[in-house]
Design a protein around this ligand. Structure first.
Ligand code: CTP
Length: 403
């Protein structure tokens, strides 16, 4: 395995001293570590201590010609596999949430294109302040992963939530972000459906829906990044094909079902497609004309097959069958009933009332299995994909262990 590189952004909180221990632990595990130290971070730890432990230059000045020619704010994230803001002060959290970039730490974060972990540490009043909570919610929606601070006695003498997460937890999370992407699902096969199906009425008109396909494409990408062999069966979307994924484009629900059945068997099936429940019984050969004075034409509909349900009850059923539920009311009850009715293992339910979710990059998820019911809250579609892949990996490992 090639050496993985972690970029730490150390900002101004008393917990900055713990970042030294984190560097030591990451180095012991063979990571290459680079660090950016903010001006306020440097009030708590010295560049010398960080340089000695990382065995690398410490970066702290946006305007240093030397740093910009050798390793500027763009290259810092390009050459890392994961970026960790540790400790993350209320100030850097506010800057990130608003896209500010007036020093090296914030400019590097704005230019970042790698998975981002944020490890907040601050006084509990600052943590609980509505502004900080707003900023954290925004960052989650923007795809950052937050390692929540713990509760307990704080450095300022007050008791409450704000203490930086334990180093073990941070190291584990870094492993999970990097490991998941590479190893967890190697040798597994997956089918993902995505996008909207299109059902022709006549040569120019059709029945379809607002699905963008973003969630399914993100899941296909995350599964492939975790090493799975993925076939993505996609209806209409405006998205580019994910990397390392076999893409089969279809139009109608019938074509989608056929492509899915032809791709079985698979270990994992994730059904995110917004399939038209009905299709016109007949497709008019010619464009339907309006005739003045006559009643509007009636389009007779017939029901489409339910792809998720068919696969859940298939003789080649994948070990894990996962569906989505788009609901506009009674989210939990309807989604739970849907899971049972369709005989799938898990349902990810989201509230689509008022057209929210379809086009956007974030969503709100309720994760339902036979055993549990987890609220994932407001979360980006990429993070849903990441979390789902982690759950799939754990589940398949447990099942293997039971045999
Ligand atoms: N689904 C499917 N084939 C269909 C309809 C739905 O595979 N013909 C799958 C979707 O991909 C999703 C799940 O079933 O994973 C639930 O879809 P949803 O639109 O929420 O539910 P419906 O079954 O269409 O039920 P309703 O419209 O009554 O809510």
């Amino acid at each position: 395995m090639t050496q993985k590189s972690v970029l730490l952004i150390i900002t101004g909180s008393i917990a900055a001293y713990k970042s030294l221990e984190l560097i030591r632990r990451l180095r012991e595990r063979g990571f290459l570590v680079r660090a950016v130290l903010s001006k306020s971070g440097a009030q708590f730890v010295t560049p010398l201590a960080i340089a000695a432990l990382t065995e690398n230059t410490v970066y702290n000045d946006l305007w240093s010609l030397k740093d910009e020619t050798e390793m500027g704010h763009i290259r810092l994230s390009r050459e890392a596999d994961v970026v960790v803001v540790v400790p993350a002060s209320a100030d850097i959290i506010a800057k990130m949430a608003n896209g500010l970039a007036d020093d090296l730490a914030s400019a590097t974060l704005l230019a970042n294109n790698k998975p981002l972990l944020i490890v907040p540490a601050m006084n509990s009043m600052m943590w609980n302040n509505k502004a900080t909570q707003r900023n954290i919610a925004q960052l989650k929606a923007d795809d950052a992963q937050i390692i929540e601070p713990a509760s307990g006695m704080l450095a300022c003498g007050e008791v409450g939530q704000g203490r930086m997460a334990e180093i073990d937890v941070i190291v584990e999370k870094i492993f999970s972000v990097l490991g998941t992407r590479q190893l967890l699902l190697s040798c597994k096969t997956a089918i993902v459906t995505a996008g909207a199906t299109v059902e022709a009425i006549d040569p120019v008109r059709f029945l379809s829906n607002h699905s963008s396909g973003k969630q399914g494409y993100a899941i296909a990408q995350a599964l492939a990044d975790a090493g799975a062999k993925v076939t993505l069966i996609s209806g209409q979307t405006a998205l580019l094909a994910p990397e390392n994924v076999k893409l089969i484009k279809v139009k109608t629900a019938l074509e989608m079902l056929e492509a899915v059945e032809n791709t079985l068997p698979a270990d994992i099936g994730v059904f995110t497609a917004a399939v038209s429940d009905f299709r016109p019984q007949e497709i008019a050969k010619n464009k339907i004309k309006k005739k003045t004075g006559e009643a509007a034409p009636v389009i007779q509909l017939v029901e489409n097959p339910d792809i998720l349900k068919t696969v859940s009850n298939h003789k080649k059923r994948p070990k894990l069958v996962i569906g989505f539920a788009a609901e506009t009311e009674n989210l939990e009850k309807n989604a739970s009933d849907k899971r049972k009715k369709k005989n799938c293992d898990w349902i990810l339910a989201n509230d689509v009332s008022g057209g929210k979710v379809f086009e956007g990059d974030s969503t709100e998820i309720l994760f339902l299995t036979e055993q549990k019911n987890e609220n994932w809250g407001k979360i980006s579609k990429k993070q849903v994909a990441q979390k789902l892949v982690e759950n799939i990996a754990i589940n398949l490992t447990e099942k293997k262990g039971k045999k």
